[in-house]
Design a protein around this ligand. Sequence first.
Ligand SMILES: Cc1cc2nc3c(=O)[nH]c(=O)nc-3n(C[C@H](O)[C@H](O)[C@H](O)COP(=O)(O)OP(=O)(O)OC[C@H]3O[C@@H](n4cnc5c(N)ncnc54)[C@H](O)[C@@H]3O)c2cc1C
Length: 582
Amino acid sequence: MPDPSRRVFDRLLNDVRPGVSAKGSGARGRRWVYVPEDQLSARIGPLADATRPRGAVIIESRWKASLRPYHIQRLAVLWSNQRQFALELARDGVDVLYITSNEPFATTLEQALAGELGKRMKRDACERLLCMKPAERELRADLAGLVERGALEYVPHEGWLTTPEDFRKACPTTPWKMDSFYRHVRQRTGVLMTPEGEYIGGKVSFDTENRKAWPGTPPAPKPVSFAPDEVTREVIDMVRRDCAHHPGTLDDTQVPATLKDAEALWAWARKQCLEHFGAYEDAMSVRSRTLFHTRISTLVNMQRILPATLVADVEKMNIPLASKEGFIRQVLGWREFVRHVHDATDGFRTIAGKPVATLESPGSAGFERWSGKAWATPRGTSDRDLGGATPAHLSSQTGGTTPLPPAFWGAPSGMRCLDEVVSSVMAEGWSHHITRLMVLSNLATLLDINPRELTDWFWCAFTDAWDWVVEPNVLGMGTYAVGGIMTTKPYVAGSAYIDKMSDYCEHCPLTPGKTCPITRLYWAFLARHEKTLAGNPRLFMPMNALKKRSAAERARDQQAFVHVRDVLVAGKRLAADQLGAW
Ligand SMILES: Cc1cc2nc3c(=O)[nH]c(=O)nc-3n(C[C@H](O)[C@H](O)[C@H](O)COP(=O)(O)OP(=O)(O)OC[C@H]3O[C@@H](n4cnc5c(N)ncnc54)[C@H](O)[C@@H]3O)c2cc1C
C-alpha cells in the first residue's frame, strides 16, 4: 500500500529511478550498499565508485525515532536529508530502494533481503550487501548478527580523518590526551605544517588567544535559513503530524536537507563566521545564539559535508591563524579524538579494564517527570544492548546523584544563563560549544546531576548527537563521570566565569556575587568532592582556596546547594528573595 507520508517523495523517486530495475533488467556486477542514516555521501566508500553500477538501500526508521524522546527538529533534518540523498543518488543513476520501517534496522534489512532487496541483488548477480562500518555503536550492535552470518559486509568508513593506529600511537595509555593526539595527527597529515615539518605559526595551538568575551562587535552573522522544497516540506508536515509527542519546536527555515543546502551552509560559515571564530570561540550572548560558530556539526555528522572538506577548505583560507588553527583543532583534533575514546572504551562500558554497568534500555532523561507522560520504549530493544553505560566517577564517591530537573526540558529555573540556553536548545536542537560545556554541563555537574540522564538529554535534544560523539563529550568532558581518562579536570566554574564570558548576568534577576547561587554551588561542589579532587595538580589553586574557607561559609555553600537542587528537582523557579544574599 502506498505510504501517504511519502507521496511526493515516491513520485519523484519513481520519476528519476533508473529504468533498469523498473523494467526488470538488472546490471550484472552492480554493488549493493546499505547506507546508514549518518552516511549520506556519495563521495566516500563503495558509492563513490561510479564506474560500476550501484544500488543503495536506505532505511527511514520510526523504530529508531521512538527509542528516545528526540527533538522534532532532529527528526525533520534527519529524514529530509535521507530522502534528498536518495533522490540525489537516483538522479546519478543509482538504483535506490528506500524503506520506511517500524522495526530495528537489522530486522528491516533481513526482511528486505528476503524480499525486494534480495530480488534486485539476485537480478544483478550481487552476492553480498556492503556497508561502511557504522560510526554508531548502537547501529553496530543492532547489525552484529547480520555481519556474523555474512549477510552484510563492512568496509572501512572513509569519512574519518584518522585511524585507530593514530590513536594508539599518540595515546598508548590512559590518561588519553587530546593534545598528544592532535600533535601526532598534525604531523602525520601535514595539516598546518611547514614543508620542514614545523607547526605553522611556531606552535601547535593558539587556544590561549581564543578566549575573548564578545562586546557586540564585530556584528554576529545572522544564521542562514533554507526554503524547504516539496520533499522537505512533506517530511516537515509528517513530523509535525506524527511526532507531536516528541519535544521541541520545529523551525521550517532550519532544515538544511539538500546537498545544495549543505553547501550553502558551509559557504555562509566560511564567509561570515570563520574570520572571528577563534577570538570569540568561548563567548556567550543573549544577543546571538550562534556568534561565530558554524552550525555545521549536524550535517557533518551525517557526512553531508565531509570533515576532510572542512579541513582542506579552512587550511586554504586567508583568515587569522588563531581562527584557522582553532577550527581545524575542533575537527581534526577533538572530533576524531572523542570517536577513538568511544571506540576504545566500547562506549564507556569498560573503563581502565573494569566493566561499567549499563541501563537496560535507552534512557529518556527525565522526560516523563517533565511532561507527565511515560516514554514507551518500542519493541525489539531488550536484546539489543541499547541502554547506555552509567559511569559516575564523582557521584559514586558521594553516594548519590540528582535526577535531571525539568529546567533542562524548558521549565524556567530563574537562572537566565540556564533558561536562555535551554530555550535555544528547545527551539533549535542546537547550542554552541561553550554554552554546552560551561552552562549546561557546568550547572549539571555542580548539582551532581546523574551523568547518564544528562547524556541522554543531550542525545535527545541536539540535532548533532550520536552515541560516539555525545557520550565522550558529556560523560568525559562535560561531567568528569569517567574520571581523568580523557580530560585532566572537571570543567566547572562559578558565576564570575559566566559573567565574564557572557551577558547573561546583565539580564538575570539573580545578581552575581549577591543573589546568584552559582559560585556557592562551585564551592559546595569542591567541598563534596574534596577527597577525589585533592591531588589534582590542575585544581591546586581552588582546592587551596577551599581549605581557607571558614566553616560558616562552607555551611552556607552546602545550604545553597541543597536549596537550588531541591527547588529545581521540584520543577520550580529560583527566586532572589528566597535565596537571600549568597
Ligand atoms: C556537553 C557537550 C556535548 C556535546 N555533544 C555533541 C554532540 O552530540 N554532537 C557533536 O557533534 N558535538 C557535540 N559537542 C561538541 C561541540 O559542542 C559541537 O560539535 C559544536 O558545538 C557544534 O556546533 P558547530 O558546528 O557550530 O561547531 P563549531 O564551533 O563551528 O566547531 C566546528 C566543528 O568542530 C567539531 N567539534 C568541535 N568540538 C567538538 C567536540 N568536542 N567533539 C566533537 N566534535 C567537535 C564539530 O564537528 C563542529 O561542527 C558537545 C560538546 C559538549 C561540551
